[in-house]
Write a protein that binds this ligand. Structure first.
Ligand SMILES: Nc1nc2c(ncn2[C@@H]2O[C@H](COP(=O)(O)OP(=O)(O)OP(=O)(O)O)[C@@H](O)[C@H]2O)c(=O)[nH]1
Ligand SMILES: [Mg+2]
Ligand SMILES: [Zn+2]
Length: 344
């Protein structure tokens, strides 16, 4: 297997030449992580290796599935992570103000949603924010078409919120519509699958792999809090030569940065630009384009509400980050003062 088979391209080559080509380092791609160990594909086979402590302590440099890494050979250790061409980032769950990188170096990101009772366009919008921000090409996959009587309507509904991202209809169970996904991929491409737990990501990946090699649902490990996560390899190679990444099924999707909002809610932002006043609060001002669009139905109320909510969440996150930074800064000052006092 060559590096190109694993998805190596001009971007990776340049990064390697610039920073890592001198010295005794070998390139490899992380295809799974497990309790501090990384399973890494290299040209001369798979290896398992820990990473340098310095990399792990920083959430921004901690290796994740999809990363290209520079390996030391004796003993095998992940020494560095190469710059990421694309990366899927969300806010870490809970009260923390840190980000969590779910996967990297993905070309096409498939947002999978199930056309069952769980179907929720607002959640798809949030996934789209993250997908657009990642730098990969987003595609929405509406799965479980077999149990949805009005699937065509759902497709138009999602097309209206997808800002040009293709919307596909599939049934992993009946192996229907899978070729539409295949057509978007070429050898060496990395496809990421993202979506809530239970939407059918693993089933879709299985259809695409074309074998039953990968057990679905069976390879599970409890994290001790009653929740289950898929463990093992998250990056797999199909016999057609593309790579498939099963991103962990996230329950809550909280966007991390503003960048994706501009693209995924481009229609809303265009309307806002047409308000007469720049600081329009879109409540009762004259010449408010948002009020007009809501009134005429050009803008869907629920979509607009979700846009506001995403914006409010990002603002709150920004504020909490600032607070945390000022506390950290204060702490650093106190520590250095204590040190100076000790030395005097
Ligand atoms: N009716 C129907 N059910 C499906 C389809 N695809 C998957 N399922 C069912 O949905 C459930 C979840 O499928 P998975 O493939 O494990 O879902 P997942 O997205 O990988 O879930 P996590 O690994 O928890 O994130 C299973 O019970 C499947 O049988 C489909 O196309 N139609
Ligand atoms: Mg799964
Ligand atoms: Zn307005």
């Amino acid at each position: 297997m060559t590096l190109q088979d694993l998805g190596w391209n001009d971007f990776t080559e340049q990064a390697w030449q610039a920073q890592f080509s001198s010295g005794n380092l070998t390139p490899g791609r992380v295809c799974g992580t497990h309790r501090g160990f990384y399973s890494v594909w290299t040209e001369s086979g798979d290896i398992e290796a820990p990473a340098r402590g310095k990399l792990i302590r920083n959430p921004d440099t901690r290796p994740v599935t999809g990363d290209w890494v520079a390996l030391e050979s004796n003993p095998p250790t992940v020494r560095d992570v190469l710059p990421r061409r694309t990366r899927v980032v969300r806010k870490a769950p809970g009260e923390e103000t840190v980000s969590q990188v779910l996967g990297t170096n993905i070309d096409t990101i498939f947002i999978v949603a199930g056309l069952d009772r769980d179907f929720n366009p607002r959640r798809i919008e949030r996934f789209l924010v993250i997908a657009f921000e990642s730098g990969a090409q987003p595609v929405v996959v509406l799965n479980k078409a077999d149990i949805c009587p009005d699937a065509a309507e759902r497709v138009s509904e999602v097309e209206a919120i997808a800002n040009g991202a293709p919307v596909l209809l599939t049934s992993a169970l009946q192996q229907d519509g899978i070729d539409q996904i295949r057509r978007l991929l070429k050898p060496g491409d990395t496809a990421g699958f993202m979506g809530s737990s239970g939407v059918g990501k693993s089933h879709l990946i299985n259809c695409l792999l074309g074998t039953d090699e990968r057990e679905i649902g069976a390879v599970r490990d409890s994290d001790g809090r009653g929740r289950h996560t898929t463990v093992g390899r998250d990056l797999l190679m199909a016999k057609d030569g593309w790579l498939l990444m099963d991103l962990p099924g996230v329950r809550a999707v909280e966007p991390w940065s503003q960048a994706g909002v501009e693209q995924s809610f481009a229609d809303v932002e265009t309307i806002i630009e047409q308000c007469r006043f720049r600081d329009c609060s879109h409540k009762s001002e004259p010449g408010c384009a948002v009020a007009a669009a809501l009134q005429s139905g050009a803008l869907d109320q629920q979509r607009y509400d979700n846009y506001r909510k995403v914006q409010a969440d990002l603002k709150k996150l920004g504020k909490r980050q600032e607070e945390k930074e000022s506390i950290d800064e204060q702490r650093r000052r106190n520590t250095s003062r204590t040190k100076r006092m000790k030395h005097s």
